[in-house]
Design a protein around this ligand. Sequence first.
Ligand SMILES: Nc1ncnc2c1ncn2[C@@H]1O[C@H](COP(=O)(O)OP(=O)(O)OP(=O)(O)O)[C@@H](O)[C@H]1O
Length: 224
Amino acid sequence: MSAGLRVEQLRMRFGGETADLFAIEQLALAPGASLGIRGPSGAGKTTLFNCLAGIEAPRSGRIEWDGCDIAALAEGARDRWRRHAVGLVFQDFHLVDGLDALGNVLLPAYFGRWRPSADERERAAALLQRVGIAAPRREVALLSRGERQRVAIARALLQRPAALLADEPTASLDPEHRAGVATLLAEAARETGAALLVFSHDLELLARLDRCLELRDGALHETR
Ligand SMILES: Nc1ncnc2c1ncn2[C@@H]1O[C@H](COP(=O)(O)OP(=O)(O)OP(=O)(O)O)[C@@H](O)[C@H]1O
């Protein structure tokens, strides 16, 4: 059993298509390491993100996270795995506007339970402080876009995930907020020892990561 991510012979094809969108022979990411994936529009980055996050099932191949092949799991088991094993950060934040910052960070703690534990509440408050949100009880709809993304990062870290996956996390932010979120993601992953996988066009963000690959013409290519 190996720690981190190990992908082998991963193929994805949507129904009705005659060719694979991508075929990835091998990909590995160790705990604590960071990897960026960029690529032209339509190359399949979001689809690959969805496969690696267990949101979508590939056509064939292995996606092992800490030795567990999530490609072989049924949808319900994959959903359960995703809730505790990975933290997800999206371009458009996926926050619940009617809730305050603390309520949003605590959302993952509600799955399958009535309410979060005292420990989880404490951790959520500490994470919000860590990401620089001074008003945890403010409704997220009233926060700036940069602040909203920082709340989303705090939420992704709540369950102490072994991996942090981000899909275009800085794309809807202005330059000042982009730099802050890039630093935060890289630091948070380093501090927690999580593997960090970022899909992005943001060259400044990609430059902060250990390694960067390009998804192009259905395959992953080295960029540096
Ligand atoms: N559910 C689906 N069914 C059929 N085709 C799909 C589906 N989802 C995505 N595609 C197709 O797969 C291709 C890759 O889409 P994807 O969103 O993964 O690309 P991307 O690299 O993230 O693009 P962008 O950078 O523009 O967001 C596109 O041609 C898209 O139309």
